[in-house]
Design a protein around this ligand. Structure first.
Ligand code: NAD
Length: 267
């Protein structure tokens, strides 16, 4: 049995992760905490997720769950994710995070901490997207520089970061396969007289609105034809199940930074 605690347990993802521990085998929910100012602190976690959790209260501090879980699953915000991972140093708890919008410095910090903490870090926990990432790299490699690569993503209006971590991941996969640098060749906004498209550009466009859970399309645009590969998520449980699958897979693994390609055996 793998004991799971959840950071951001009252958030959109946190609630579904807590709830789904009851539907999957070999998982035991042992705690959840939230930002110290969250209005639900102290409430029965079961009331929030619609399951009997045996009297577990929503805590305001990671300290309350540290010795009670094998894996901490974190879907919070960039700064909180780094703080939560730092708090695991010196414990035997592994870390799964799906928080997006973490900058380069934050990502380097995660990699450094993962030298001592087994960690799965993935901007998208769905099987479909991780498969798509592999497919995108294969298509880019096969088509080479004659086809222009553009990524379009759409998400709900509450999403705070842009482009999505997934769009960046897909654009990076294409860039790597083509021997380009997404930091240099990525174009994340176009407006005004921008001139002709540069041959090595990889465009990433963002749409925000309504309740879209997550949609990504990668286009390979050639002269006279184009290939499009798309992925659409209609339910957050897709990500929550991926996070729990990652937690089960990670339990007992040596300290290292892993991603969903590792979890799903795609690399
Ligand atoms: P949300 O705003 O509904 O939930 C985030 C929760 O984290 C909130 O309840 C907030 O109070 C809590 N929080 C903030 N700071 C905290 C702290 N210091 N300690 C504990 N809790 C804290 O957002 P969401 O839709 O659940 O998404 C959360 C993150 O996960 C975002 O970055 C989002 O982009 C990402 N996400 C990733 C995937 C994936 O597959 N990797 C899928 C969906 C969402």
């Amino acid at each position: 049995m793998t004991r799971i605690a959840v950071a951001g347990a009252a958030g959109r993802m946190g609630r579904r992760i807590c709830a789904l521990t009851f539907e999957l085998d070999n998982l035991l929910l042992t705690g959840g905490f939230e930002h110290k100012d969250h209005p639900d602190i102290g409430r029965d976690l079961g009331e929030l997720i619609g399951h009997d959790v045996g009297g577990i209260k929503l805590s305001s501090s990671i300290d309350d769950i540290l010795d009670k879980c094998d894996v901490l699953i974190d879907f919070t915000a960039p700064e909180a994710t780094i703080e939560n991972m730092e708090a695991l140093t010196g414990t035997s708890t592994a870390f799964v995070t799906g928080t997006t919008g973490i900058d380069k410095q934050g990502q380097e910090k995660i990699a450094e901490l993962a030298q001592n903490i087994p960690c799965v870090y993935a901007g998208n926990m769905s099987l479909g997207i991780n498969l798509l990432t592999k497919v995108v790299a294969d298509i880019a490699k096969a088509l080479g520089d004659d086809y222009d690569v553009e990524v379009v993503e759409a998400h709900h209006k509450m999403k705070k970061d842009a482009p999505s971590g997934t769009a960046f991941m897909l654009a990076s996969a294409a860039a790597d396969a083509l021997g380009r640098d997404i930091e240099k060749d990525g174009v994340f906004a176009r407006h005004g007289i921008i001139g002709e498209r540069k041959p090595k550009e990889i465009g990433v466009q963002t749409i925000r609105g309504g309740d879209v859970v997550g949609e990504h399309t990668v286009m390979f645009l050639g002269m006279g034809e184009r290939i499009e590969v798309s992925h659409k998520v209609s339910n957050r449980d897709t990500f929550a199940r991926g996070a729990l699958k990652a937690a089960l897979w990670l339990s007992g693994k040596p300290a290292r930074l892993y991603n969903m390609q590792d979890v799903l055996g795609l690399r």
